[in-house]
Design a protein around this ligand. Structure first.
Ligand SMILES: [Zn+2]
Length: 290
């Protein structure tokens, strides 16, 4: 994990620059809080990580180094999760003018719940940089928690910084499922804001699922049996939104891909309409026998 490029966390065009590469990342934070007898062992398996970054105070222009947490894992630093709950992890006081400075450095959070990791993206980073930051943070998280062995990049849910305070105490996947099913209820202002984000997350996931489903149709459904398999594997195809999506594809293919392709998409739409009307089990088994 020593090859992580911490310059990744610099923010192009903004006054937040990293100090270098490699060993500047540390868990130095405040290990004393964990108690003197545990410190040595804790450090070896900690999966939280912080980095010194050079920051310029937006109020007075003073530059200073500040330790920013890049990875927070509830397993070894529950105190940092508690700080996140109160929005205190990204804000510190300028040493010169005393005004609060808040940074948007990306932050990977493992709240040790059933849902995947949460990744608060730096809004100043583009998609590529964000991917690289996530990868680097995931290595920090893994390197300190799991030791050696095979490693695959973990799944993480991207989330805005200001929703972390609420999200660390939620099972985000369950909430997204509840929103999707129409059973989500926000019982506080904070949860309403979180609910607005859930709506976006539901749409994003559905759009991604839809794209994957249509790709599967194009690739794996040259015949009726293939079509039935793809529909069973991608139930999103039975939604009205899928029909809108395929309608657009049909229009485009009519112009760009030729009449054969257009006929294929039209046939899929018709079969999917039958599935919606009569039920998948009434339609698909017949197709497989055909
Ligand atoms: Zn200042």
């Amino acid at each position: 994990m020593t090859n992580v490029n911490y310059a990744l966390y610099s923010r192009p065009g903004r006054e937040l620059l990293c100090t270098g590469i490699g060993p500047t990342v540390s868990n130095a934070g405040d290990l004393s809080m964990l108690g003197p007898t545990r410190t040595g062992q804790m450090e070896a398996r900690m999966s939280s990580g912080a980095q010194q970054v050079a920051i310029k105070c937006p109020a007075c222009g003073t530059r200073a180094n500040q330790q920013m947490w890049l990875v927070v894992d509830a397993a070894d630093r529950p105190d940092l999760i508690e700080k996140l709950r109160h929005g205190g992890l990204r804000t510190f006081l300028c040493g010169k003018c005393g005004r609060p400075v808040t940074t948007t450095t990306s932050l990977l959070v493992d709240s040790r719940r059933r849902s995947p990791l949460l990744f608060a993206v730096d809004p100043a980073a583009d998609a590529n940089l964000t991917r690289e930051q996530f990868f680097a943070s995931a290595i920090i998280h893994h390197g300190r928690s799991a030791g050696t062995g095979d490693w695959t990049i973990p799944h993480a849910t991207p989330i805005p910084h200001d929703l972390l305070a609420v999200a660390v105490d939620r099972d985000v996947d369950d909430d997204i499922a509840a929103y999707s099913a129409g059973t989500w209820r926000a019982e506080s202002i904070a949860l309403q804001k979180y609910g607005d984000w859930l709506r976006q997350a539901v749409h994003q996931r559905r759009d991604a699922a839809l794209k994957a489903a249509v790709q599967a149709l194009i690739k794996d459904a040259p015949d009726a049996a293939g079509f039935a398999r793809v529909v069973r594997a991608h139930p999103v195809l039975l939604s009205e939104v899928a029909d809108d999506f395929l309608a657009t594809l049909q229009d485009v293919s009519e112009e760009d891909a030729g009449p054969e392709y257009e006929r294929q998409v039209a046939e899929w739409r018709q079969l999917l309409r039958m599935c919606r009307r009569d039920g998948v089990e009434a339609v698909l088994p017949k197709l497989r026998d055909a």
